[in-house]
Structure formats: C-alpha cells, structure tokens
Design a protein around this ligand. Structure first.
Ligand code: C2E
Ligand code: MG
Ligand code: MG
Length: 582
C-alpha cells in the first residue's frame, strides 16, 4: 500500500515538475555562486596586501608602485559583487551586503584607527557598490515578479484558473518524452451555448468556473482511482489526461466519475442546471505518437459522439473517425476559399475524332491558403456533404460563361461550354432562375451551353430532377450524362431521358484495350447512345491506341490528356484562336 502511494507521488511529480518548469525561471548554477564568492574573497585579500605597500616594481624600464594594483583589484571585486547580485537574486543580495559591509568596516577602521587616509576613495567605492547592489536587487525582484506573473498567465486559464491548452500540450510532450502510457480526453459541454443565450455570459462564466472547480477537486482527491490532470482548452472545451490505469475499463470508469461530478445539480442565478458533456478519448502510444495528433484523435472521437447524438456520452477514438476530422478541415478550406474568392476554373478541351475542337468542360479548382491547388476529387465530395457544392457550381458556371461570352464575341467561335452541376444543386429551389440569369447575362447562345449531370440523377432523384432538366432543355441548353456506365441506370429510363450527350466514364476507356470483351462493352455503350439519339464522348483518353479503338467503334468525341489537359482560360482562349486560324 505504502509502496503504491510512493509510486503515485513520484508519478504526480511529473505534473508538478512540468508546471514548475513552465512557471519558474531557470536558476543559475550554485557552483557559479561559489566561484564568484571565492574570486571576491581573493580580490579582497590582494587589496589588503597591496594597499599600503610603497615598494616600486620595474616593468621594462617603467616603475609602478605595488599599491596601484589595489585599485585594479578593488574594481574587479566590485564587478564580482554585481554579478552575484544579478545572478543569485536574494542569496546574492545578502552575500553582497555581508561582503561590502565587511569591507566597509575594514576600510573605516583603517581610516579612523590607523589614520590611513589613502583608504578614503576605497570607502566611497564601497559605499557606491553597496547602493548599486540595492538598486539592482530591487529592480531584479520587480522584474522577476512581473515575469512570473506573465509565465503564470501563459499557462493558466484566466477564467477558471485551470492550466490551459499550452500547459496541457507541454505535459503531453513530457509524458511522451518519458514514453509513459496515458489517455487524453477531449470534453465538450453539451448545450452550453443555450446557457449563454438564455442566462447571459456571466451565468455561462459561473457555470464554467464551477465545473472547473469540481473537476480540479476530483483530480486532486484522486477518487477516480487514476492520476488525472484537468485543463481548459477554451470556450466550453476541457481536456483530461488520465495516467496510471490498467485497462480501457479503468479509463471509462474515470471518465464516468467526471461525468457524475459534472452531472450534480448546479445552481446559477437561482436556476438549477444539470450539465452533460461529450467525452472523446485517445491513448498514447496506441492511437498517435505526437501531442497534436493525440488532440486531433480525441477531438475526432468527441465530435463523433456528438454527431451520433447517443445517450452514452463517451467514445474511444478509431481511425475511421479521422475522416470526419478530414471533412471538417476540408469544409474550412472550402469556406475560406469561397470567402476569399479562391474558387476558379480550368477548361479541358473536347475534340471530334478528326481533331476539330468541339468545346471545353469547365472544371472547378480551389486555391488553398498555402497556394496549393486542390482538385475536385478532394473537395467535391465534402462540398456535396456539407451543402456548399451549389456555391462552387455557380461560381464556375458564372465565371466560365462570362469568359466564354467574351471569347465568342471576340472570335465568333461555334464551340460548346460544358459545366458540371451536382444533383443536390439541381434539386434545389431557385436553380432554374440561377441558370436563366447566367445565360441571359453572359452572351453565350443557350445552345452552346451544356449542363453535365451524373448518371446518379436517374436513380435517386426521380420526377423533380426530370422536370428541372426538361425546363433547362426548354431554355435551349444541352444536357450531358456524365460518368456514364458507373451507375445502374436502366435502359428504359435512359430512353426517356432528354439528354444530348453521353460521357463514357474513364474507367471503361482505361481497360478498353485490355480484352476483346471490354472493347465490345464500350462499343455497345456507344451503339446504345446512338440508338437513343445521343452523341457519345469518351473521357480520359490518354493513349493513341485508345484513340484508334474509339475511331474504329464509332465514338463521336473525345476528352483526355492525349489531346488536352485542363488549362487556364487564357490558354484555352489561345487554343480557340489558333484553331480558327488553322
Ligand atoms: P468529370 O466531370 O468526369 O471531369 C473529368 C475529370 O477527368 C477531370 O478531373 C479531368 O481533369 C479528368 N481527366 C480528363 N482527361 C483525363 C485523362 O486523360 N486522364 C486522367 N487521369 N484524368 C483525366 P477533375 O477536374 O479532377 O474533376 C473531377 C470531377 O469533379 C469531375 O469529373 C466532376 O464530376 C467534378 N467536378 C469538377 N468541377 C466541378 C464543378 O464545378 N461542379 C461540380 N458539381 N462537380 C465538378
Ligand atoms: Mg464532367
Ligand atoms: Mg466524367
């Protein structure tokens, strides 16, 4: 029992030491103090030996009296005193007081007893050093107090006085350095915002302070059975570091203990509140190896438990959750790009099989804050999930249509502009009005604009989508079915679908030349398209052999790196002008 307690005390010291290191300034080594004191004593001894000595020494023909060296060593001894006060604070100050005091007494005795007035300048120097030591010491102490307060503020949360996020990550780093197993728990209070909204910020602060007090007390009493450390991350978010546990069950028991402590009635402004929180946790070293990654894992678990809205409020991290974290990060990037006007488009040319330019597909791009360009495969799935895809679609549609309008006015080119529209966007109220407004203002004839919709529109959107597509057709625009072959659209549905173009997905073109049956499959798709009166374009054509095969099976158009990758609008403009001149 006693041994166990001892072990706990040692382990607890890690926290205290880390906190001390963060708050207390590093002390100068004691051996420096001893050295400076010895140097001072040596200098003082030399002074007393040389002070009254009238002997003349000969240095290369120049004679110097021995007592002249006393002045040099007096200056040195004062410098040692100043160093002692600067570096050894209180101890240094008292040492300086004793040393200068003793020296002063000796000098004064010399003056009054032996009537040796040559020591008078020494007495003044001594007194000035004494005053300088006091001034330096007082200033040093003031500065130190100020520094300590600053350090303290840097690691302490001002509202709750718990250690803050910085202190928490320092402690995690220290535990990682010691390779000690621990769990980090991210805690977010449930419905805290409604307390702020209904009772006001002061009540919100009172709630946070009370919770902090309870949890700090819980950690200090160690009643949870583990060694815990509570910090506030900011807002209504806290963190708990759990150490000295044996199994996952111990971690959960400890978290439940904190949940119980939190759940006890809390009275603020005469209102009784019963708080709950969401707890997500991750373990070192099992889940991640750095403090940042551990925070992310615990946060991901906490967001997950919030998202599924379960009655159980505790969730352990698992790697799939990082996807949720990824979604959050990407959503932030998309929102920032939308706010900063960093959504733009590239144009990829489409050709007929004689290499005549048919037109371009506008493809969205996002410039990240670090200047990196993000591709749709990274941001379109997230944009669709979080409901931002319509904004991206519209920016690309509007900007590319305006560019095309200028290009057509300049060159008179009879080329198509294809834009992608997500099914979710198509189904939104107001979509048709948006399309109409763009078509009316851009100056591109409606028949030269094509809207690409993925095949999935036929599966899961039924009548509303079909009505919408019919309206688009009425405006005179063309419709393309994108990524054809990847969904499960039935032939009967396809025959009723008012499309103009089928886009055969790249995956079929990739394997088309690998076997005879794959080639026949693509040939069959093209034939069906033609039977339904659609034109057919093959996507992702990269190799001359693919081009030859597509020619032989009657494909109408191609789009692919072989004849043109997505390019900036200016380059597309030059391509159009060249193709007209040719
Ligand atoms: P998609 O509409 O099928 O566009 C064709 C994609 O294939 C483009 O990728 C294009 O760069 C790529 N590609 C074309 N030729 C080749 C080739 O020869 N080899 C290879 N490896 N790839 C080729 P991107 O630009 O990354 O776009 C991916 C998808 O993102 C698009 O597929 C489209 O579904 C979606 N998307 C792009 N822009 C938008 C937009 O503004 N709105 C919406 N809703 N979706 C968009
Ligand atoms: Mg497309
Ligand atoms: Mg496609």
């Amino acid at each position: 029992m006693c041994k166990k307690k001892n072990e706990k005390t040692i382990k607890k010291n890690i926290i205290e030491n880390t906190m001390d290191q963060l708050i207390v300034r590093k002390k100068a080594p004691i051996f420096g103090y001893i050295l400076l004191s010895l140097l001072y004593i040596a200098a003082s001894a030399i002074i007393s030996l040389t002070a009254g000595n009238q002997t003349l020494l000969n240095f290369g023909g120049n004679t110097i009296a021995v007592y002249a060296f006393a002045g040099v060593f007096a200056a040195l001894s004062n410098i040692f005193i100043i160093f002692i006060v600067v570096y050894y604070r209180k101890l240094g100050f008292y040492t300086a007081l004793i040393f200068t005091g003793l020296q002063l007494v000796t000098v004064l005795l010399g003056i009054f007893k032996q009537h040796n007035l040559s020591s008078l300048p020494g007495a003044f120097t001594n007194a000035f050093t004494f005053i300088a030591a006091i001034i330096i010491f007082v200033n040093n102490m003031r500065l130190e107090k100020f520094q300590e307060r600053l350090c303290d503020q840097a690691v302490t949360d001002r509202l709750t006085e718990l250690p803050n996020r910085f202190a928490c990550s320092e402690l995690l780093n220290e535990l990682i350095r010691r390779n000690e197993k621990f769990a980090i728990v991210s805690i977010d209070l449930n419905n805290f915002k409604s307390i702020n909204d209904t009772l006001g910020h002061n009540a919100g602060n009172a709630v946070l302070t009370e919770i902090a007090k309870r949890w700090k007390n819980a950690a200090d009493t160690e009643e949870s059975g583990t060694l815990d450390f509570v910090t506030r991350q900011g807002g209504d978010e806290f963190s708990l570091i759990i150490r000295n546990y044996r199994s996952d069950a111990d971690i959960i028991r400890t978290i439940k203990y904190y949940e119980d402590v939190l759940g006890k009635r809390l009275t603020v402004d005469e209102c009784d509140l019963f708080m709950t929180a969401s707890f997500g946790y991750a373990e070192y070293p099992a889940d991640a190896k750095t403090s940042d990654a551990l925070f992310s894992c615990a946060d991901a678990a906490m967001y997950e438990i919030k998202r599924i809205n379960s009655s159980d409020h505790i969730m352990r991290f698992s790697p799939e959750m990082l996807k949720t974290e990824h979604t959050l990060e990407m959503e932030k990037k998309i929102r920032t790009a939308l706010d900063d006007g960093k959504v733009f488009f590239k144009l990829q040319p489409q050709y007929d099989l004689s290499h005549k330019l048919r037109g371009f597909e506008a493809l969205a791009r996002i410039e990240d804050t670090d200047g990196q360009i993000l591709n749709p495969s990274e941001f379109v799935p997230v944009a669709e999930k979080v409901g931002l895809i319509d904004k991206i679609d519209l920016i690309v549609f509007k900007a590319s249509a305006e560019f095309f309008g200028r290009l057509i006015r300049e060159t008179g080119a009879d080329i198509m502009l294809s834009v992608n529209v997500s099914v979710r966007h198509l189904m939104k109220n107001g979509f048709l009005e948006e399309v109409k407004a763009i078509v009316d203002s851009c100056g591109v004839p409606a028949r030269q604009i094509e809207i690409e919709i993925t095949e999935s529109v036929m599966i899961d959107s039924a009548e509303k989508a079909l009505n919408c597509i019919n309206e688009i057709k009425k405006m005179g625009l063309k419709i393309a079915i994108d990524d054809f072959g990847t969904g499960y659209s039935s032939l009967s549905y396809l025959s009723d679908f008012p499309a103009d173009l089928l886009k055969v997905d790249k995956s079929f073109i990739d394997k088309m030349n690998a076997s005879d049956s794959s080639k026949k499959y693509v040939a069959a798709i093209i034939s069906i398209g033609h039977i339904m009166n659609f034109k057919v374009i093959s996507e992702g054509v990269e190799e001359p052999e693919q081009l030859e095969t597509l020619k032989s099976i009657g494909c109408d158009y191609i789009q692919g790196f072989l004849w043109g990758s997505p390019m900036m609008p200016e380059e597309a403009g030059r391509l159009v002008k060249n193709s007209i001149n040719a």
